[in-house]
Design a binder for this molecule. Structure first.
Ligand code: ACO
Length: 397
């Protein structure tokens, strides 16, 4: 049946059947390493006041954002992803040679092709394993985690590196006050690993969904096969992100609540069992509205949008890393991550935290501060050359 023949009623989003992933569930999957990277350059609200007709007061009260990180040229998404991956691999005590697959969630890849995942694999010195990008907007990390989980649960992979890396500043129009105040750059990485069959599960449940009827609400119109880049598309600013903010706002609040309730039920838990709720960091008002509907108290909700803005796929991972650094995740805690994004898409992951509390050294080093020098180093690195493993501390982190 073609999509155009669907009636309005048939187009209603149908919840996925309960327990579908349970049938595939074999090996328990654990998060064994996490890391993040942000550019060292900050763009404050005060600096934006000099660029567009806005105010620190408007941005803070409407979004909760105070500053965001902007990648200096020629730093690209793969550079941030690589830095985050090194931190996560080091924390996991895993070498690149142990990896069976790399998945990169991004809507701001270095190139249309090749994939950012292949660039990353080459920088990690890896040839031969599957590496692919996944585009699900700000839900990208949730999608990538589920893909990795399914591969590990089924027994076809043992250790998977999941990276979410974005340089939204490259597709934001810094003359458009409605969007340029919202977004920032950053990356996060997770190492997921198979545990033995007798072990308790780390990842408890996932829930993903999409509704392409809202595709027009958040879009970069030009640069794809529909509207290839040309001098006209550039003159019209069609290579920049365009968004219907209030529509996305309403959608976000609704799906964050619904997806969270669903993933918690699939995990056999109640919303009250959530110890740490890590929502996509787009707007503090969206987070508060969703949390209120769920009845979650403020102390269980992780918020860092004030310092990074919306880093799309990277945002939930960046918040997870910070929650861990801040000592908010304890062994046995129930952690629920949930996001929404362009597509439209949504996704949630429920997990039981199994890593030991961070050491003082990890508190200091889990978020890497990337500089343009990192990109210069990458540009000078021939592809597929073994890269130095995590270990040496750079930029004082
Ligand atoms: N500074 C000052 N005024 C502004 C600014 C600004 N930066 N931006 C908009 N305004 C003005 C508007 O022009 C409008 O003025 P008008 O009434 O004279 O026309 C007024 O403020 C109100 O605008 P609204 O859009 O109604 O403001 P709202 O309260 O909805 O906040 C916002 C806008 C922050 C964009 C909000 O709707 C939002 O956060 N939406 C969700 C966005 C989001 O999450 N996107 C990411 C999706 S994830 C992904 O995949 C990347």
């Amino acid at each position: 049946m073609s999509l155009t023949s669907l009636t309005e009623q048939e187009q209603t989003v149908v919840p996925q059947a309960e327990g579908t992933e349970d049938r595939l569930c074999t090996y328990p999957v654990h998060v064994v390493g996490i890391g993040a990277a942000v550019p060292s350059d900050r763009l404050t609200n005060q600096a934006l006041e000099t660029m567009v007709d806005t105010s620190d007061e408007w941005i803070r009260t409407r979004t909760g954002i105070r500053e965001r990180r902007i990648a200096p040229a020629p730093l690209a998404s793969s550079d941030l992803g690589f830095a985050a991956a090194r931190v996560a691999l080091e924390q996991a005590g895993v070498t690149p040679a142990d990896l069976d697959e790399i998945i990169v969630a991004t809507v701001t890849p270095d190139y249309q092709f090749p994939s950012t995942a292949c660039l990353l694999a080459a920088r990690l010195g890896l040839v031969g394993i599957p590496a692919f990008d996944l585009a699900a907007g700000c839900s990208g990390l949730m999608y990538a985690i589920e893909q990795a989980c399914q591969a590990i649960r089924s027994g076809s992979r043992r250790t998977v590196l999941v990276v979410a890396a974005e340089t939204l500043s490259r597709v934001v129009n810094f003359h458009d006050r409605r969007t340029c105040v919202l977004f920032g750059d950053g990356a996060a990485a997770l190492v997921l690993q198979r545990a033995s069959l007798q072990d308790e599960p780390g990842i408890l449940a996932t829930n993903l969904g999409s509704d392409g009827r809202g595709a027009h609400l958040l879009v970069v119109p030009a640069g794809g096969s529909r509207l290839p880049a040309s001098s006209q598309t550039i003159a019209q600013g069609l290579h920049y992100l365009q968004m219907s903010g209030s529509e996305v706002f309403k959608f976000a609040v609704r799906v964050m609540e619904e997806s969270t309730r669903l993933v918690v039920a699939r995990a056999g838990l109640r919303v009250e069992d959530i110890d740490c709720f890590i929502p996509h960091q787009a707007n503090v008002r969206i987070i508060q509205a969703a949390a209120e509907r769920l009845g979650l108290p403020a102390e269980r909700i992780m918020v860092n949008v004030d310092r990074y803005g919306n880093t799309s796929a990277a945002s939930i991972g960046l918040a997870l890393v910070e929650a861990y650094q801040q000592g908010r995740l304890h062994p046995g805690d129930v952690v629920v991550m949930t996001g929404f994004g362009t597509g439209l898409t949504w996704g949630s992951v429920a997990l039981r935290w199994t890593a030991p509390p961070p050491t003082p050294e990890q508190v200091r080093t889990l978020v890497y501060q990337a500089t343009a020098a990192d990109a210069a180093e990458a540009l000078g690195t021939p592809p597929a050359c073994p890269s130095p493993l995590p270990g040496e501390s750079k930029n004082g982190v």
